[in-house]
Ligand binder design. Structure first.
Ligand code: GTP
Ligand code: SPV
Ligand code: MN
Length: 602
């Protein structure tokens, strides 16, 4: 073992304890340097875990294939181990913390044999924040270390700051759960059939076992920045949310900051990096997945992006849909997981123009355009440094963040939900978030395309009782010191409504700038809207459709509020709210009653 580069007592004690339990062959302290990245990726190429891409096409970039069973978050295996079961609420899996620790200690015993345990000190958000949010991940996966270097600020500077400030850190233990026994040959993607992604909210700890996949293993992301942080946020009066953050500048130079919560694989990355089709409008990216938001002394809600990279859905990404993602990736320094490999050392996935005549697919098999299966897993991902994004906003680096003008909730719904509507007020906005629904996607293991409630796009990420979480959202309004004008306005969008032939009614992507313009005009009190039972919806004339070739019938269908479709939602929302018992804030029941009354009058 190399000499520990720190004297941090709690850190050293924890590492000793984990090493004694997991018995790795060696311990490596990660410094976050370029040399370390090169050493790690060279080793991973050597063992066959990574394939180096062509230097001219994707410099310093790599192709990874997971075990076919380890491709997404495992919600069924994700646990909130609060002391009191009631604190996990009806939307989380729960196990008693002592019981879970006992069970997982059994799994961890000797699990790093034959492997290296890496110590990864990381910081979520800028190191010069007033209260930097530190974590330390211990992992036996060099793939995870390489990915953490992209996704978080990590290494020597973080360790030094951790020591200097004497700040606390979130201990995050990860093992792929695949000890390498004497003389045994390793596989390209070791993992374990048994998986546990466990969170201990009271002690702010994370224990992950068995999976090497993104959301299960890069513990700074969903585990820390959402599940653990949401608990801290509840206690301290802020919000940790599954949201993109964008800066939007109008042709007149007016700047607006917009946050958006859409469930996994429902369009955050794409909206955050959007290239407007409307002349003179400019989008800059602050974040694409996670927003930490607190009220400032000015009574406005300020948002920061705690991440350092983008872990984006690959399929569907190309120069027509998300050119800024393509430009980011062209700069290299990226890891691509479960996409297809071209014969000339580049990557390809569904949606990226014409397929080449031959590929190696995500399972390592030959693939041609005649193949029946897709070449890339639907949840294949690119992992790339956010600082390479050509439209990254300067404010990304500012630890104070940006003041949010509007919050968009949205989901993937074939029916019912119009292209955009505006909440009547804050509590109605919270109602819209609390009843958010979306068709499930490949981002989590399980059935795809089933409508489920995904409150604030946080269903898999709320670290406590969702009823308390709704109350917390309602209470947040107090941060605006009674000045409702300072609260973000809430909107609900749906880019995914379909017509009779199954076609998307709205072209989406860059054309979503037309919806953003309407949102800005509503903030200015300018744009027209009709008051419907569900909120304010634009008239077709209120949307700027300059240069857009859209069938007026499709547009009308995209904007339609059909009372019958909405009536059908009522029993589902009632059933959803009933789950929360006494914890469901009464004002949300009142919102549902008011909606029923408005629908009855419609
Ligand atoms: P996570 O990283 O899982 O949290 O997802 P995300 O919300 O960032 O989703 P992302 O932007 O990566 O989009 C997921 C999928 O939806 C991709 O295949 C996109 O091509 C597709 N998509 C995004 N925006 C639109 C849109 O406006 N219209 C349509 N039809 N598809 C879209
Ligand atoms: C999501 O599923 O919402 C993601 C990908 O952003 S993962 O990090 O794998 O959770
Ligand atoms: Mn996400």
């Amino acid at each position: 073992m190399t000499q520990p580069p720190t004297s941090h007592p709690r850190l050293l004690a924890w590492i000793d304890e984990v090493a004694a339990l997991t018995t790795p062959d060696r311990i490596v302290w990660c410094d976050g340097s370029e040399a370390e990245w090169t050493r790690l990726t060279d080793e991973l190429v050597e063992t066959g875990a990574l394939v180096r891409l062509d230097e001219k096409k994707k410099p310093n970039s790599f192709w990874a294939r997971t075990d076919p069973s380890d491709v997404a978050r495992v919600e069924e295996r994700t646990f909130i181990c609060s002391v009191d079961e009631a604190d996990a609420g009806p939307t989380n899996n729960w196990m008693d913390p002592a019981e879970m620790k006992q069970l997982m200690t059994g799994l961890y015993r000797g699990c790093m044999r034959g492997r290296t345990m890496y110590v990864v000190p990381f910081c979520m958000g800028p190191l010069d924040a007033v209260e930097p949010m530190f974590g330390v991940e211990l992992t036996d996966s060099p793939y995870v270390v390489a990915s953490m270097r992209i996704m978080t600020r990590m290494g020597t500077d973080v360790l030094a700051a951790l020591e200097q400030t004497g700040a606390d850190f979130v201990p995050a233990l990860h093992s792929i759960g695949a000890p390498l026994l004497d003389g045994a040959e390793d596989v390209a993607w070791p993992c374990n059939e048994t998986k546990y992604i466990s969170h201990f909210p009271e002690t702010r700890e994370i224990w992950s076992f068995g999976s090497g996949y993104g959301g299960n293993s890069l513990l700074g992301k969903k585990c820390f920045a959402l599940r653990i942080a949401s608990v801290a946020a509840r206690d301290e009066g802020w919000l940790a949310e599954h949201m993109l953050i964008m800066k939007l500048t109008s042709p007149e130079g007016v700047v607006r900051y917009i946050a958006g919560a859409f469930p996994s694989a429902c369009g955050k990355t794409n909206l955050a990096m959007l290239e407007p089709t409307l002349d003179g409008w400019k989008v800059e990216t602050v974040g694409d997945d996670i927003a930490w938001m607190r009220f400032g002394e000015d009574g406005r809600l300020w948002a920061t992006n705690p991440e350092f990279g983008l872990f984006g859905v690959a399929p569907g990404t190309d120069f027509h849909t998300n050119p800024n993602a393509m430009r980011t990736l062209a700069k290299g320094n990226s890891v691509f997981t479960n996409v297809a490999l071209t014969d000339d050392g580049d990557i390809w996935w569904e949606g990226m123009g014409e397929p080449p005549a031959h590929l190696t697919d995500w399972k390592g098999n030959d693939w041609t355009p005649q193949s029946e299966a897709v070449s890339s897993h639907p949840n294949s991902r690119f992992c790339t440094p956010i600082e390479q994004c050509p439209i990254l906003a300067d404010e990304y680096h500012d630890p104070r963040g940006v003041p949010i003008d509007a919050i968009l909730f949205g989901g993937r719904r074939k029916t019912t939900i119009p292209l955009v509507s505006e909440a009547r007020d804050w509590v109605h906005g919270v109602y819209l978030g609390a009843t958010l629904s979306s068709e499930t996607t490949a981002a989590a293991v399980g059935q795809v395309g089933v409508v489920r409630r995904d409150p604030m796009a946080m269903l898999p990420f709320i670290g406590y009782h969702a009823g308390d979480y709704f109350q917390h959202w309602i209470d947040m309004a107090k941060g605006a010191s009674g000045d409702a004008a300072k609260l973000p306005k809430v909107f609900y969008v749906n880019w995914f409504r379909r017509g009779d032939e199954g076609q998307f009614l709205w072209p989406g992507f860059g054309e979503n700038s037309r919806v953003l313009k309407w949102v800005c005009e509503r903030l200015d009190g300018k744009a027209d809207a009709v008051e419907t039972p569900i909120g304010h919806v634009p008239t077709p004339e209120a949307l700027d459709l300059t240069g857009l070739d859209i069938d007026p019938a499709d547009l009308a269908a995209a904007l339609r509020v059909d009372p019958n479709e909405w009536q059908a939602e009522i029993p589902q929302v009632t059933e959803w709210f009933t789950k929360f018992g006494d914890k469901l804030p009464a004002v949300l029941w009142a919102e549902l009653d008011a909606l029923k009354a408005r629908l009855a009058d419609a």
